[in-house]
Design a protein around this ligand. Structure first.
Ligand SMILES: [Zn+2]
Ligand SMILES: [Zn+2]
Length: 191
């Protein structure tokens, strides 16, 4: 609580402080203190009190704003105060079995505040195009992939190396891609 006694001067302080806030230079402060016939020290004490209240008000506004942002995503803001915008705020998702978690006011403003336990929304990540990979690998090895469809990495596909006298062979993409296997006839002629 304020240890500055409320006097008539206090009323004058309030209006003086308002103007100091707008042009917060020391000369203005000194002049106002002089004008009010009080010490600068006393003026500063009142000014600091005022600033402290302003900060509390501003923080409450910020929390209300954050709470509004979070409410739109069904997230509850549990923290009722904070030190700085970098302080961690406690949040809670609608799932009762998930623990509370923390994000800074700055992060929340920038849209990152999702519960780490909730499933991530699927981002449109394209499914790996196995056919394109198969064709690219075959080309790199100087051959072709003759299959027209790709099922998965473990399903046989038809391949042909660059040597026209060699037969086609079947192998899953997994072998060609990850195990680096290639035409069995080429392998035999190398030995
Ligand atoms: Zn959750
Ligand atoms: Zn071959």
């Amino acid at each position: 609580m304020s240890n500055v006694k409320i006097t008539d001067k206090e009323q004058k302080f309030q209006s003086a402080i308002e103007s100091v806030k707008k042009k917060s230079d020391v000369i203005t402060w000194s002049l106002l203190a002089k004008e009010l016939n009080i010490s600068r020290q006393r003026f500063f004490i009142s000014y600091n009190e005022f600033i402290k209240e302003e900060r509390i008000k501003k923080k409450a506004e910020t929390l209300a704003k954050l709470s509004e942002i979070l409410k739109q995503k069904n997230i509850t803001l549990i923290s009722t105060s904070y030190e700085t915008l970098k302080s961690k705020l406690e949040l809670k998702c609608p799932n009762p079995s998930h623990p509370t978690y923390f994000f800074t006011a700055t992060s929340i403003k920038h849209g990152s505040f999702s519960c780490p336990c909730c499933p991530k929304p699927k981002v449109g990540r394209p499914k790996k195009d196995g056919m394109a990979i198969a064709k690219a690998i075959a080309k790199k090895k100087g051959g072709v992939c003759l299959s027209t469809t790709y099922v998965n990495n473990y399903t046989n596909m038809l391949w042909h190396c660059g040597n026209e006298y060699h037969s086609t062979w079947l192998a899953p993409l997994q072998n060609v891609h990850n195990l680096n296997s290639w035409c069995p006839e080429c392998a035999r002629s190398k030995n």
